[in-house]
Design a protein around this ligand. Structure first.
Ligand SMILES: [Zn+2]
Length: 80
C-alpha cells in the first residue's frame, strides 16, 4: 500500500479500530486512526508531509516507537 503521508512505498498492517500501521521508508513507522484514514480515503483531507514528519519525530523523541496519528487539524490540509 502507499504511505498516507507521502504516497511512497510502505508496508501496512491492520491497526485497532479500523486504522492502519505503516512502515514507510520516508516517514518511518507510524499508525493512523480509522477517522484520519476515512478523511484521506474520501479525499476530504490530506496529510501535510513536512508537518506530519516533524510531528512523528517529536513523538519518537518522547519515546513512542510507532506514534499514532489522529485527525489533527495541524497535520491535515485540504487536498490540492
Ligand atoms: Zn511516507
Amino acid at each position: 500500500m502507499r504511505c498516507f503521508i507521502c504516497n511512497g512505498n510502505a508496508t501496512d498492517t491492520p491497526f485497532t479500530h479500523g486504522g492502519i500501521s505503516f512502515d514507510c521508508t520516508g516517514c518511518g513507522a507510524y499508525s493512523i486512526s480509522g477517522t484520519a484514514l476515512h478523511l484521506c480515503q474520501n479525499d476530504l483531507l490530506a496529510f501535510h508531509v513536512e508537518r506530519s514528519r516533524e510531528w512523528l519525530a517529536e513523538r519518537r523523541e518522547e519515546g513512542e516507537e510507532r506514534p499514532i496519528i489522529y485527525a489533527l487539524d495541524d497535520l491535515l490540509i485540504l487536498p490540492r
